[in-house]
Design a protein around this ligand. Structure first.
Ligand code: ADP
Ligand code: ZN
Length: 434
């Protein structure tokens, strides 16, 4: 199985545009009639449903932001009465108060379909065992992967997160072909395998569908090597549905956004849409949801969109890896720093360190101080002071070259940085306390 919905995945750009236009026109009328806070936004800027005639008019519409979800907590943005809402999910609260999303049966079906398309890209079919190690709960990861795999007809191991030794046993004994979890957890699984004396040949996995947090291509190489698999990136957020908003094909040249359901824009600092190829904030309009559709939702995620043909045959635009979120971006002494830049630099240091790290920012007087806790690998671990110092200097230089600012490197023992079973905690910003 190469595609899940071939006609839609390979639809011509012209047909896709008409479909989007038709759906947007209907959506705007629907929101105006059913979602009071959004109607108010439209009234405030003097725009009516009749003003929206095709997809190009999207730019005329007001934005929706995370604060809108919080201000209308819990049910203010629902477009359907509760009897039509089948399920709630919410953001894991990485940044602030929980946000709630309500899904109708139709929303869940669409989400399952886009996730099925995504898993098929990684090679899932009726004969595959799909091991889901994303958490099941309000967080969308577990259920999203689960529903997609179910729709394909794969066999699912709903392992959820936790108990890594048991995960490895289940992967091996149940003959899992596809692993779904966060990239940081995939790396953790690889480490645990190594501890158990297992090599990639000892597990049946062929591919991984990894997402829910930013990760670099350098991290991909590392995971692929250590698990002996093809590692692909999957992106999503609860506000828009969950994992499967976009998914990387095996060409590994960006994640295809399922544009028949989610229309992307990338905005510059002035909030004006940018052209393909330009980096900015990703914004989505859900044109087929009916439980809690969102128009021009500002994700705070930073990436670049690419059009043009993809060798896989799919026509949907591709988004680059997420460079970071605007709220993850650290400004250190006036310089923008994303954790992903540090991650790439650390992996370039080779096997003296592991890709587990934590960034600590403090303020001393008026000056920001950046420290990076870096974990030494078993291979490089040493008690010799001069050797530790040499390693520290090498890392310091690599990071300085990557960021353009200096950082204090705190070397720690192998496995001393706390592993996460879900999204990794990379930043400790102590400046917020002052
Ligand atoms: P939150 O993290 O805000 O609590 P979610 O669990 O819905 O809420 O997570 C959505 C966010 O996770 C996205 O906005 C994005 O920042 C991040 N994310 C999801 N998938 C990826 C990915 N493949 N690469 C980078 N970041 C991702
Ligand atoms: Zn492709």
């Amino acid at each position: 199985m190469r595609y899940y919905q071939k006609k839609l995945e390979c639809i011509s750009r012209g047909e896709l545009r008409s479909l989007q236009s038709e759906r947007l026109v209907k959506l705007v009328r629907y929101m105006y009639d059913n979602v009071a806070p959004y109607r108010k936004k439209m009234v405030d800027i003097g725009i009516e449903p009749g003003d929206i005639k095709d997809i190009d008019d999207l730019k005329l519409l007001p934005f929706t932001e995370k604060t809108d979800l919080r201000d209308n907590y819990p049910f203010g943005l629902l477009a359907k009465p509760m009897k039509d809402i089948s399920r709630f999910h919410g953001s894991s609260g990485t940044s602030g108060k929980l946000t709630v999303v309500g899904y109708t049966k139709s929303d869940l079906k669409i989400w399952a379909q886009v996730m099925a398309r995504s898993l098929v890209m990684a090679g899932a079919d009726k004969d595959s065992v799909v091991h889901v190690a994303y958490g099941y709960g309000l967080f969308t990861g577990g259920f999203g992967a689960h529903m997609g795999a179910e729709l394909i007809g794969s066999t699912i191991t709903p392992a959820s997160s936790g108990n890594t030794a048991r995960q490895i046993m289940l992967i091996r004994d149940f003959n899992a072909k596809i692993l779904c979890c966060t990239p940081s957890y995939a790396l953790y699984i690889a480490e645990e395998m190594q501890k158990l004396g297992m090599s990639p040949e000892d597990i049946p996995l062929k591919a991984g569908v990894f997402g829910a947090e930013p990760w670099t291509n350098e991290m991909r190489d590392e995971i692929e090597k250590r698990l002996g698999i093809t590692a692909l990136d999957v992106y999503g957020l609860s506000e828009i549905s969950g994992p499967g908003v976009s998914m990387e094909c095996t060409v590994k040249n960006g994640m295809h956004i399922w544009e028949d359901h989610f229309v992307p824009e990338v905005l510059g600092a002035d909030l004006k849409p940018l052209k393909y190829g330009e980096k900015g904030e990703l914004v989505f309009t859900t044109i087929t949801k009916d439980g809690m559709p969102l128009i021009r939702y500002r994700t705070r995620d930073i990436c670049t969109l690419y059009d043009g043909k993809c060798a896989c045959g799919r026509t949907h635009v591709r988004m680059s890896k997420i460079v970071g979120r605007t709220d993850d971006m650290l400004i250190i002494r006036g310089i923008n720093v994303f954790p992903s830049q540090l991650e790439a630099a650390l992996i370039r240091c080779g096997n003296i360190v592991t890709p587990n790290y934590q960034i600590i920012v403090d303020r001393e007087g008026l000056l920001d101080r950046l420290s990076v806790k870096v974990e030494m690998s078993d291979e490089a671990f040493t008690d010799t002071v001069s050797e530790v110092e040499r390693i520290r200097k090498a890392i310091e230089k690599e990071i300085h070259d990557a960021l353009g600012i200096g950082a204090k490197i705190i070397l720690c023992e192998p496995r001393s940085i706390v592993r996460s079973e879900g999204k990794a905690v990379r930043i400790i910003d102590n400046r917020k306390k002052y």
